[in-house]
Design a protein around this ligand. Structure first.
Ligand code: SF4
Length: 388
């Protein structure tokens, strides 16, 4: 059997952990700092790239993704230094997807050309809402007009433009969301990430919610109706869902995220970044320190902040592949699951869930139905339950 990761390719994730302000719903590893010494950060990324590449050897890179945090706060020179180091240590093809997450303020949009000159060919903008009242409630620092201008600049500079919207927001009705989503779909956008607002503990919204002071959140059945409508409207306008929250014109799917969902290998570079790397047939889970300052200090003192956290057993690889790939519309390849670990799937419970309309199975391809997607965690619990 070949190495399993080759089924989905190899990507590099670079985490920029800084933001201009902390959004009240955000539980990402993002931090607000008055100043950031970009030169030191660029040098640290280069050291980490060299260190990981020395272990993987030369590989063709399918995708690179600058995520955060807010990577559009990086200087274009910093992005250029990172991409040059990746080019020097691995091999890029002329189809390598290079994405960068951006916030659509006018200051950040003014850097888009510099990012494109450095080699970025895909931008993913955190637009989140198309009206100023809701943007303010979400703690965003841009206006709807700035977002629209940033979108135009993005279209001039990148092959593939995506933006995120959050729905099931406070006081949002089904009709409001229909109007907003239609407006987004009427823009010449290639890809949309559409997330339901979730209230996470440890965030400002989480605190307010715990004190019953976050008002106007839609009830679950309205949020479910919004989800269903989202699928229908996007499909009707030529951006069908290819993952639970992601919609694209055919061919404009985010290839980097598909490496996660199809369970390829990826190097995770930067504070809190996780990786999956295969060395001599062993699949290794890697991690890094969460705090930006710790990450930087560890690299500066020892040349790498990446730690081998665990060698993933074949049975756990089969489970991870299933957990990730069932998010995708194309689903999971059961022959791949079985090649990793025969009998990992509880076939009795799978048959029951197929009968109940949560899953479909066609020629070894297991997919979640629309009804199944909204209860995916429960489905996985059943599929991976050990036979008793
Ligand atoms: S800009 Fe993004 S990463 Fe930064 S705080 Fe807001 S949601 Fe989180």
């Amino acid at each position: 059997m070949g190495e399993d990761w080759r089924n989905a390719g190899f990507g590099v994730y670079v985490h920029w952990p800084f933001c201009a302000a902390k959004c009240p719903y955000c539980d990402f590893n993002s931090h607000v700092r008055k100043t950031v010494d970009q030169k030191s950060w660029a040098n640290a990324y280069v050291a980490e790239i060299q260190s990981i590449a020395a272990r993987t050897g030369n590989r063709v890179i399918d995708t690179i993704f600058f995520g955060g945090g807010t990577p559009s706060l990086m200087e274009p020179d910093t992005v250029d230094t990172v991409l040059s180091a990746i080019r020097e240590n691995w091999t890029l093809s002329n189809t390598t997807e290079i994405s960068l997450e951006a916030n659509p303020t006018s200051v950040e949009a003014s850097r888009f050309k510099g990012f494109a000159d450095a080699g970025v060919n895909r931008i993913s903008m955190g637009v989140q809402a198309l009206n100023d009242t809701d943007l303010k409630a979400l703690g965003r620092m841009h206006t709807a007009q700035e977002a629209s201008q940033a979108f135009d600049i993005a279209k001039q500079n990148f092959d593939n433009v995506s933006f995120d919207l959050i729905y099931a927001r406070q006081n949002q009705t089904l009709a409001n969301w229909r109007t907003e989503l239609n407006a987004a779909l009427d823009m010449a956008v290639d890809h949309l990430s559409l997330y339901q607002l979730t209230i996470e503990s440890g965030t400002r919204f989480g605190d307010l919610h715990a004190r019953k002071r976050l008002r106007g959140l839609p009830p679950d059945d309205l949020a479910a109706d919004m989800y269903d409508m989202t699928q229908d409207l996007c499909a009707a306008k030529g951006l069908p869902s290819y993952e639970i929250s992601n919609h694209a014109r055919p061919g404009a799917e985010c290839r980097h995220n598909k490496i996660y969902w199809q369970y390829g290998d990826y190097a995770g570079i930067g504070p809190g970044a996780h990786g999956r790397l295969t060395f001599s047939g062993n699949r290794i889970a890697t991690d890094t320190p969460l705090m930006p300052e710790t990450w930087l200090e560890v690299i500066q003192s020892s040349g790498t902040a990446t730690r081998d956290a665990e060698t993933i057993s074949a049975a756990d690889q089969a489970a991870e592949y299933l957990m990730m790939s069932l998010r995708l519309t194309e689903g999971s390849d059961l022959s791949r699951v079985n090649a990793l670990s025969k009998d990992r799937v509880n076939t009795q419970r799978m048959a029951q869930m197929i009968e109940d309309g949560f899953l479909t199975l066609d020629n070894q391809h297991l997919c979640t139905t629309t009804k199944g997607k909204v209860v995916l965690n429960a489905i996985l619990g059943e599929l991976l339950a050990i036979e008793s």
